[in-house]
Design a protein around this ligand. Sequence first.
Ligand code: TIU
Length: 233
Amino acid sequence: MTSLTIDALPAPFTFDPEHTALVIIDMQRDFLLPGGFGSSLGNDVSLLQTAVPPLQRLLAAARETGMTVIHTREGHLPDLSDCPPSKLRRGKPSQRIGDPGAFGRILIRGEYGHDIIDELTPAEGEVVIDKPGKGAFYGTTFGDELVARGITSLIVTGVTTEVCVHTTTREANDRGYECLVVSDCVGSYFPEFQRVGLEMVSAQGGIFGWVADSEAVIDQLAAPVSPNASIAG
Ligand code: TIU
């Protein structure tokens, strides 16, 4: 396939869908559902929920073009052996990782709350990366999966903007990946962090990457390939 160009900040973002992965970060029930871990910490989960409809549309468009789709989930083994004690100690005592929550043990693999929301259930063949940290590279096979598929660009979505989305984007940028963060497909519990988090990506000439909205990406993915591009030989 030929390269596509999206109107983005700080400059147009050019990518080849064959070498691009849609990365959907931590769209898990524990973070997004009312009554779950995120809301039990006093957060307004509706701020994260706004990302769901545009992300569903973007995911459908990516699947239509045959792009690589990779989902991540933040969480830990039931015995918590992969959770650093420092991380385990954070938060209020009754709301720590591994404690019983409304949707099972909080952020524990295999629990209902740890899994991805129904609206974005991974399709067969899509990669699901279980990560112990905020970034998708640390302690996972994410980097290997990208290399194995010849991926050079990432379209980054999910939650939360300033935490796992940022950490993953920064890690990817340092590894040479070109990252587009989709502004309406990422969410933060804090409106100020959402705004500034997005600004931080594209500031300084795109210090970590590019930012565009889902409509700009979907329009390009759905655009018919120009006749010249499809003429073989
Ligand atoms: N996925 C992700 O961002 N995990 C977090 O811990 N986010 C918070 O905002 N706490």
